[in-house]
Design a protein around this ligand. Structure first.
Ligand SMILES: Nc1ncnc2c1ncn2[C@@H]1O[C@H](COP(=O)(O)OP(=O)(O)OP(=O)(O)O)[C@@H](O)[C@H]1O
Length: 524
């Protein structure tokens, strides 16, 4: 209890030191004089921009708060851009934990000491972050592996820090005028879930495995193979990958990698994940991407760190493709209609109002050449506009928008002339073609065929049952049901006639064929 109190006091002290109250004061329901008193009581230097102060405060509060800032930085639909940019700079590189602790964690989780499990194990970690750290090792069969080990005691630390965040969020939602829009309690609850998901490394391993399967036949992306026999919630062991970090452009160029191709490959991989699989790696910062220079996989991307993935339903894909295509045709009416048709915007929304809001935010983007247009920016603007019309933006789409910005940033670093639209358009059009017209109908029928095959034989029984129930509950459809019964009886008569005919023909054929063999069995 005393420890909790001390921690809470520290949060208050840090908040005052960096003037976090000052950041929020514009939204608080407090008198203006409070600002004056605040300045008199706490002497402090508040000359740095608010985003910088918030970032420094989170760094001061430790790894869980740093992670919170990182996650918050992705909610560009919620927080102002200046703060989002600063929070995105948060680094959760922390001092590694003692190797003996990592070894004990591996021993406890996998049931044996690393000396018994591996042919060799590097005690010094290759990387260390707030939740986990990575060691290299070699399996007894000679395979090189990376061992990701969860920091011990994380659950307790997370629970305690999140409990304090919940108190702060509760206070904010009572006092802060802007809390209705920013929903601090919901944001903390979402973060809590996110952290607990990250605590289970098995989830990460499963994500990697799914992505690897999705790209098994592709020559664009490599994903490390998981060694399931050595995986648990606290430790995962995977194939060690070799490559050049994608941010080291000079090294890539010196190795002879085609940067233009690499750039468009990145976009192709992303759109394949989104529109073909509906499953995408959503933590695409340059630290998690390498490029292979091994002769047999030269120039392929290597993805690492699968803690955050996004999944999209057909509905989401439809939303994305409709909006992008309509946007590039400058058909803002269609954008507005798509929002209302899909139920995103309330039904009573006026199409013309939404249309003109979308036009106002998107039209300036067309001032630039097509190759300079950012898909991520378009989505962000759409989300911001939609919010004014009471549209709740789905978290998976926010995740997608943030990943899209990462991919674009990366792509343009590799090739400043990257034309995103040219690379992405075929994917969007393909998806649309698959959804509508004969191709769409065929695809849907094909997907549903196994279900129909199951349902068809049951039709007479289902119909019979429905009729019985109708008999109990008379309604307006009785006439229609009579017709259906009549049709069904006709079908039954036809089927039974056909069955008898076929049976007789088969019997006749059999008798004809076997008659000579049967005659000697007859009594003479
Ligand atoms: N399979 C692998 N092969 C080679 N190196 C790896 C592998 N997995 C991880 N690493 C190295 O360890 C680093 C950290 O890995 P990873 O990103 O998975 O950990 P993390 O704790 O989630 O870090 P962060 O959250 O900061 O991204 C990578 O940047 C890479 O250098």
């Amino acid at each position: 209890m005393i420890l909790k109190l001390l921690r809470f006091m520290k949060i208050i002290r840090v908040a005052i030191k960096y003037g976090l109250d000052e950041i929020a004061i514009s939204g608080f329901k407090v008198p203006r004089t409070a600002r004056f008193i605040d300045t008199v009581i706490f002497w402090r230097d508040l000359s740095s921009p608010r985003g910088v102060r918030l970032r420094l405060a989170l760094e001061d509060l430790g790894p869980i708060f740093i992670k919170f800032g990182q996650v918050l930085s992705t909610r560009s639909d919620l927080i102002p851009p200046d703060i989002a940019v600063e929070l995105a700079r948060l680094q959760d590189r922390v001092p590694p934990f003692d190797s003996d602790i990592a070894i004990a964690q591996i021993h406890k989780s996998l049931g044996a000491h690393p000396d018994q499990l591996f042919a060799s194990f590097e005690r010094t970690p290759v990387a260390s972050a707030s939740i986990a750290q990575v060691h290299f090792a070699t399996l007894k069969d000679g395979k090189q592996v990376a061992v990701k080990v969860l920091r011990p005691g994380m659950k307790k630390t997370i629970d305690e820090d999140v409990a304090l965040m919940q108190i702060a969020a509760d206070l904010a939602s009572r006092l802060w005028a802007d809390s209705k829009r920013l929903k601090p309690k919901e944001v903390v609850a979402e973060f809590d879930k996110y952290l607990h998901d990250e605590l289970d490394l098995m989830r990460e391993a499963a994500n990697a495995s799914q992505l690897r399967r999705n790209f098994a036949d592709s020559n664009l992306l490599l994903v490390p193979e998981m060694h399931w026999d050595y995986c648990s919630s606290n430790v995962i062991v995977m194939e060690r990958m070799h490559g050049i970090p994608v941010s080291q452009i000079d090294r890539l160029a010196a190795a002879g990698v085609d940067l233009k191709k690499l750039s468009s490959d990145g976009v192709e991989i992303f759109f394949t994940q989104v529109f073909r699989d509906g499953f995408f790696h959503a933590d695409m910062h340059p630290g998690n991407i390498l490029v292979s220079i091994e002769p047999e996989t030269f120039g392929r991307y290597i993805a690492l760190d699968f803690g955050i993935v996004g999944t999209l339903t057909d509905y989401d894909k439809d939303y994305l493709s409709q909006n992008f295509l309509a946007f590039f045709r400058r058909d803002y009416k269609r954008v507005a209609e798509a929002h209302i048709e899909s139920g995103w915007a309330p039904k009573e929304t006026r199409v013309d109002e939404l249309e003109s809001a979308v036009r106002a935010c998107c039209e300036p983007i067309f001032d630039r050449p097509l190759k300079d247009i950012s898909f991520g920016q378009i989505l962000l603007r759409l989300f911001q506009t939609s919010r004014r019309f009471n549209v709740e933006v789905q978290p998976q789409l926010v995740l997608l928008q943030k990943t899209l910005l990462n991919i674009e940033g990366l792509g343009r670093q590799l090739d400043p002339d990257l034309d995103l639209w040219k690379t992405a358009k075929p994917y969007l059009e393909n998806w649309m073609a698959e959804q509508v017209g004969w191709q769409g109908l065929y695809q849907k029928l094909k997907a549903e065929a196994p279900r129909y095959a199951q349902i068809f034989p049951q039709l007479p029984r289902l119909l019979h049952r429905a009729l019985e129930q109708q008999g109990e509950r008379p309604n307006d459809n009785t006439e229609l049901l009579k017709v259906l019964i009549h049709e069904q009886q006709k079908t039954n008569r036809f089927l039974s006639g056909a069955t008898w005919t076929i049976t007789l023909v088969v019997l006749a054929l059999v008798s004809y064929e076997f008659w000579p063999h049967l005659t000697h069995l007859l009594p003479r």
